[in-house]
Write a protein that binds this ligand. Sequence first.
Ligand code: SAH
Length: 230
Amino acid sequence: MSTNPDATSDDFPWARDWPEITDPRVRAAFARVPREEFVDPALRKWADRDAPLPIGEGQTISQPFVVALMTQALQLQPGHKVLEIGTGSGFQTAILCELTATPEGVPGETVYSIERFPSLAARAREVLHRLGYRPHLAVGDGAAGWPEAAPFDAIIVTAAAAYLPRPLWEQLADGGRMVIPLGARYEQTLWLLRKEGERMHRQWLGPVRFVPLVSPILRDPAMRVEMSNG
Ligand code: SAH
């Protein structure tokens, strides 16, 4: 088992259903990462459906289309440093590794991902390593970010937050992009945020439903950033 180096950029189950995903590098990444490796063997027959699946601990591997939409919005380039909150299965992490890989480097060396559940982080690490990816993985509250590795060219939050965590906004590089679902327990809005100096530009990407970002630090109002207009 391995990634598929010979795959054409439309060699994935959902290729014809995704006219919105126009970035050929994003499509090529989906052709290379085998989603079935990131789900339990008993669920593997469902892995080629464009739907979320359970991964244990009450969490889910995201719907592939949502992974693609979020990834495309980040406009990742080889060598970009990217932070993911919510490693979960590791599937999104692998996509990030593909898009930031450089010809001379090891795929994943500029990818950082944080997961709350040690069990999920351990399983994701095992699969990612088996497939040849070497992202930096940590267990903890991702809302605190990864200050030692900041600033990041891109940040992707794959769990739903009630507030934009201040540490993440502060750890985003000038000119950087962040994708984050913000809202209530069962319904959120997916936002693309861009940082330009002190300014926040925001773009609505659509309605989504993610599992919650569980973060004690967000109980402190000082840890939240108010969303500005425009
Ligand atoms: N990208 C993953 C999504 C998994 S679901 C995938 O496609 O497989 C979201 C994940 O975020 C869950 O695994 C959940 O445990 C994790 N999570 C929730 N709150 C978190 C927090 N504060 N810090 C880190 N991870 C968190």
